[in-house]
Design a protein around this ligand. Structure first.
Ligand code: MN
Length: 230
């Protein structure tokens, strides 16, 4: 057995609805600009006929479970929420066709892609990587994983409130690239594996939070997510 000079990091995992076994999390993938109204509010409209989806990743160590209370992050004046439906991958796949994409799905969750918006836009406009704007400690939030093996979700309300006031309200039927298209395209670049989470993008209405705020959100028939900022 290997000996380490310091304790190796613990396995990062999420609870699974209805069973005691946990979902060991591998990688966190995020789809950028996947609702037209959000792309427009960011000033970057999407033309699906000529563009492909794009992605960014966050360290798995950035993940916190729904219900957490997390500190307002350093080095930002504009910390934003993004409510997203999360696809939980349960089976490996590479270069998966859209027709077979459902075979990789273990279930779904409700997630938050928290963003240092000021730093993300600075990086975007200067052609720099997005890491400081996106890969934020405690900046990926996820509900329990809800098992829905091989199910494709194509519709359902998605919404978010801050301190009870509605900020985002849309439907996952407005995804520019749907779940089949995302899995097929992302699997051209990565060998998807059990434990990967794919945040599918946020609808319009993103905005800032401050210390003391409580974020609540949900994906219809999937799960709710909550986060307190301290
Ligand atoms: Mn996002």
């Amino acid at each position: 057995m290997a000996v380490y000079i310091f304790p190796p990091p613990a396995t990062i995992s999420l609870p699974i609805k209805g069973i005691s076994a946990r979902f060991a999390v591998q990688r966190l993938f995020f789809v950028g600009r996947n609702y037209h109204a959000h792309a427009l509010e960011m000033g970057k409209p999407v033309d699906k006929s000529t563009e492909r989806p794009f992605y960014f990743t966050k360290a798995t160590q950035a993940l916190v479970q729904s219900g957490a209370k997390v500190p307002y992050p350093s080095e930002t004046q504009n910390y934003h929420f993004e409510m997203e439906m999360v696809v939980a991958i349960g089976k490996a796949g590479f270069r998966v066709s859209q027709e077979r994409a459902h075979e990789l799905i273990y279930g779904y969750a409700a997630g938050l892609d928290m963003t240092r918006r000021d730093l993300q836009l600075l990086a975007r406009d200067k052609g720099r990587p997005w890491d400081l704007g996106k890969d934020i400690e405690h900046g990926s939030v996820c509900s329990e994983i809800v098992p829905m093996p091989e199910k494709i979700i194509d519709s359902g309300a998605i919404s978010l409130e801050v301190n009870g006031q509605t900020k985002q309200s849309s439907d996952v039927n407005k995804l520019i690239w749907n779940v089949r298209e995302i899995i097929a395209d992302l699997s051209l670049f990565y060998h998807l594996q059990a434990g990967d989470l794919i945040y599918t993008g946020t609808p319009e209405g993103v905005g800032p939070v401050v210390a003391g705020d409580r974020i609540t959100g949900r994906v219809q028939d999937v799960a709710e997510v909550a986060l307190d900022i301290s």
